[in-house]
Design a protein around this ligand. Structure first.
Ligand code: UDP
Length: 241
């Protein structure tokens, strides 16, 4: 698997199928590790936050979350195979785990959300074991790590938003007994049905970000990182730095 660097973040150049196979391989071989799914906002944040850059750099799998990174890669003249949204990646891995009664632990989001997500996922992927849940608003994570280690899930979804989730996975990688961890932002809200994803047509057109912005206009501040990201990519292509 080759990696392609986009403005300081090295992404795995993989299709969704390859990403899912790689994840299943890590779980099967007991290698442990974690997956990050940076979007342009996270790439830009990592340029200013060395801890985040390190957390992203040490991940076993670095997947381009959205269309923005794919465009950035094109602008830079080093195209990536395809976008691999974290939420779709996680669903595909859970589908595979369900086939062999594998387990997932859901960590993050507001109280009650992970439980609801668990119920929905169990229904969607019969056979999938929900090994435990914990919300993402804690003062002390020691009991949560104990709970995870008692359950030893194949997959741990860490949905604390960025950069919290990347820093958490990096900090606890040696301590958490899960086959694979994945930092997935607001995915539990979507699995729980608390937040709706863009309709498939919007996703196919690469307009999921616009749909989210229309639904949650307060995201505009965060999304202003997008044009900055594109400008940086153009600058690097033109000047070579
Ligand atoms: N969150 C959390 N703990 C925190 C801060 C955020 O569990 O201390 C959760 C929040 O409830 C939401 C997710 O992290 O479910 C972040 O969602 P957001 O939409 O910001 O993430 P994105 O998908 O855009 O990265």
């Amino acid at each position: 698997m080759s990696r392609i660097e986009i403005l300081g973040v090295s992404f795995d150049n993989v299709t969704m199928d390859e990403a899912v196979s790689a994840a299943m391989g890590i779980i099967a071989e007991g290698k442990r590790g974690y997956v990050v799914t940076p979007n342009p906002e996270i790439v830009m944040a990592a340029r200013e936050n060395p801890d985040l850059a390190r957390a992203v750099g040490d991940a076993s799998l670095v997947l381009p979350d959205g269309i923005g990174v794919i465009y950035g890669a094109k602008i830079l003249g080093t195209p990536l195979k395809e976008k691999t949204p974290g939420i779709d990646f996680a669903a595909r891995v859970m589908e595979r785990l369900a086939d062999r009664q594998g387990s997932v632990f859901l960590f993050g989001a507001k109280p009650g959300v992970a439980e609801q997500a668990g119920e929905n996922l169990r229904e969607k992927f019969p056979g999938l074991v929900i090994a435990g849940t914990a919300d993402g608003y804690f003062d002390d994570d020691t009991p949560i790590i104990e709970q995870i280690n008692a359950a030893k899930p194949d997959l741990l979804l860490v949905c604390l938003g960025s950069p919290k989730q990347e820093l958490w996975m990096h900090q606890h990688a040696g301590q958490v007994q899960a086959g694979l961890m994945a930092g997935l932002g607001g995915s539990l809200d979507v699995f729980a049905g608390v937040v709706q994803r863009a309709p498939e047509r919007w996703q196919k057109l690469g307009l999921e970000w616009l749909y989210r912005l229309l639904k949650e206009p307060k995201r505009i501040g965060r999304m202003m990182k997008l044009p900055q990201f594109a400008l940086c990519a153009v600058k690097e292509r033109v000047t070579g730095k």
